[in-house]
Design a protein around this ligand. Structure first.
Ligand code: MD3
Ligand code: FE
Length: 216
């Protein structure tokens, strides 16, 4: 089942069932054990994001005082990003409609009470490729608008296991996360003990094609 929220913005509620969510959560925990979450900071000001991040795949998105960019090494450990979680990579093949594989998988970790302000994603060279989002853990209120910052916005609740495909005319829309609801199922079981994971909260994975441009 899928719902077009807007042209190019396709919501697949419950795309991952409970078993797939558990498998993916374990694969994310394995990525975070190798590539610990870091706190990005705003370009110029150095103000920290409230969302913590990590990445998987050949490229990872990072932000610090010198700007936003994709790079092949973890900003703190200096090691390459681990391979993408298999469940996420398989979801790209099923949902993206894009022939080539993603080069980056950004992992956003939201503790309860954190948010992500309205923004556009335009650091990727290949804007013909869609972005695929997968949600785990606590539900979130996702807000999306239009190509201009002042365009009217709508909101939809993203539940664990939901997929969102953002492409075509929606690829450059403004969007953000307004709130995280309490009590997710991300950390049930073994991955609850892994360092760097919030004990409750939400995890979002975005798979992106990228193909260079701002790469350090
Ligand atoms: C619309 N993440 O990582 S996912 C991001 O839930 C980001 O963590 C949010 O915005 C999150 O940049 C929203 C849904 C999403 C992801 C990428 C998009 C919507 C998008 C790119 C372009 C337009
Ligand atoms: Fe975004």
């Amino acid at each position: 089942m899928s719902v077009a929220l807007a042209p190019g913005l396709i919501h697949h509620p419950g795309f991952l069932d409970a078993e797939a969510r558990g498998t993916l959560a374990g694969q994310v925990a394995a990525v975070l054990a190798e590539a610990p979450p870091f706190t990005p900071t705003m370009p110029r000001t150095g103000k920290p994001f409230s969302v913590r991040m990590s990445n998987a795949g050949p490229l990872g998105w990072v932000s610090d005082r010198s700007g936003y960019r994709y790079q092949s090494l973890h900003p703190e450990t200096g090691r390459p990003w681990p391979p993408m979680p298999a469940v996420a990579f398989t979801a790209w093949a099923a949902l993206s409609g894009y022939p080539d594989p993603p080069e980056a998988c950004l992992i956003n970790l939201y503790a309860p009470g954190t948010r992500m302000g309205l923004h556009q994603d335009r650091d990727e060279a290949d804007l013909a490729a869609p972005v695929l989002s997968l949600s785990l853990g606590a539900p979130a209120l996702f807000r999306y608008g239009g190509l201009r910052r002042g365009d009217p916005t709508r909101s939809v609740r993203l539940m664990p296991g939901d997929a969102l495909v953002i492409g075509g005319p929606a690829r450059l829309i403004h969007h953000g996360i307004d709130r995280i609801f309490s009590d997710g199922d991300l950390l049930s079981g073994a991955e609850a003990v892994l360092p760097g994971l919030p004990l409750s909260g939400r995890c979002n994975l975005t798979l992106r094609r990228v193909t260079c441009a701002a790469v350090a």
